[in-house]
Design a protein around this ligand. Sequence first.
Ligand SMILES: NC(=O)CCC(=O)C(=O)O
Length: 266
Amino acid sequence: MSESKQLHLALIQMDITIGEPDRNFARLEMLLQEAVQNDPKPDVIVFPEMWNTGYALTEIQQLADVNGERTKALLSNFAKANHVNIIGGSIADKKEERVLNTIYAFDREGAEIAEYSKIHLFRLMDEEKFLHSGDQLGRFELEGVRAGAMICYDIRFPELARKLALDGARILFVPAEWPHPRLHHWRTLLMARAIENQMYVVSCNRVGTSGTTSFFGHSMVIDPWGEVLVEGDESEAILHATIDLEEVVRVRAKIPVFEDRRPHLY
Ligand SMILES: NC(=O)CCC(=O)C(=O)O
């Protein structure tokens, strides 16, 4: 029987004010302080996609965080001061003249453990007109366990999640700004990624509205058997769940999907 490896998670399902990074930084700092007051204290905190600017794409060149410096300073300092891992949602960050949609993650000592820029840009929200796509996978180690990161629209690409799982990921983080009317797609795709890869999926979606677009939250933690451990509604909230990463090993032993694959046929 394997030992358990528990992690307490906090998902900050926040509203985002479009085009106002100062307000969003202030709001996030307040919610981070609230998240670490929970009993049990979280081991990992996660938040949504593009939380610094929202989809202010026509002004994104001016608003994006240059080299992610402001974001990295806040998240690294907070992680170290509170001895907590942070999977920092994603931000609009500017590298030279290019704006990307990037996750920065930090360990309990405040050291950067991951940087992943969204690979698949979402045309329905004009991302491809204003953003550049990343060209690296979101692979990293969290508390000695392999983990993966994808951003929002990326979850429509099962090959990407499978690649991360084949590389050993036991937990997949998914920050998002996923709006109505596609709640059914959001829930089904996240559950499929968890069940088919027999891994934890930790998704954090924003709430609130931007113009005529309304974001539904429904952040979820899904276990490797496909059970939903926690799910938000449409209001701002900090969601908590405790996971046991050894459950991935148990589920993979019960139905050995990874041993039964026959990739030479497909
Ligand atoms: N921000 C996004 O990538 C949104 C993706 C989305 O809404 C979808 O349906 O896919």
